[in-house]
Design a protein around this ligand. Structure first.
Ligand code: VGL
Ligand code: ZN
Length: 182
């Protein structure tokens, strides 16, 4: 069974948001298009308390229950089976969706008999990377949909470096056009 995990497609990571990923909103139509190819679609949300240590490294973003933490308005969120909240504690960066505190992602995927995990969303060089590496470590066959992710690029090239690091670790980089329904 394969599943699609949509990482952090939230207003604050999109143009106009508090920690905007350049062209972060470009992932939305791609994700909406591939969703139908998956029997199971889930998502993570960056979901910070307002006084987290995480905001010593980053501008304040995705604060719990604020509009910046909402999904991008054009993301088709109606098919999501479950949402995993991460970075929820004062001392927790929560880059990986496998660190979610609202529910246990690895346990959920195992219970749903997922063996192939496809990952899309934001941002390539932080939460997508951390999530993909954890998925691989947890034993899932892990795919990152290259045209459905976008990078913060604090330093130019960070996104490309992150993709290479994921590939080196055993993650398969795939284009959305190559995903088939089965
Ligand atoms: C993220 C930086 C800070 C991400 C979250 O979703 O990639 N990046 N918090
Ligand atoms: Zn964050």
């Amino acid at each position: 069974m394969k599943a699609l995990l949509i990482v952090d497609v939230q207003n604050d990571f999109c143009p106009g948001g508090a920690l905007a990923v350049p062209e972060g909103d470009k992932v939305v139509p791609v994700i909406n298009r591939i969703m139908d190819l998956f029997p199971l679609v889930i998502a993570s949300k960056d979901w910070h308390p307002k006084d987290t240590v995480h905001f010593k490294k980053w501008p304040s973003h995705c604060v719990q229950d604020t509009p910046g933490a909402d999904f991008h308005p054009l993301l088709n969120a109606s098919n999501l089976k479950k949402i995993f909240l991460k970075g929820t504690k004062n001392k927790d960066d929560g880059y990986s969706a496998f660190e979610a505190t609202s529910a246990d992602l690895a346990g959920f995927l195992k219970k749903e008999k997922v063996d192939e995990l496809y990952i899309a969303g934001l941002a390539t060089d932080y939460c997508v990377k951390a999530t993909a590496l954890d998925a691989d470590k947890a034993g899932f066959e892990t795919f990152v949909v290259e045209d459905a992710v976008a990078a913060v690029n604090v330093k130019p090239g960070d996104g490309e470096k992150a993709l290479k690091a994921m590939a080196r670790a055993g993650v398969t980089l795939i284009n959305s056009a190559e995903i088939s329904k089965e």
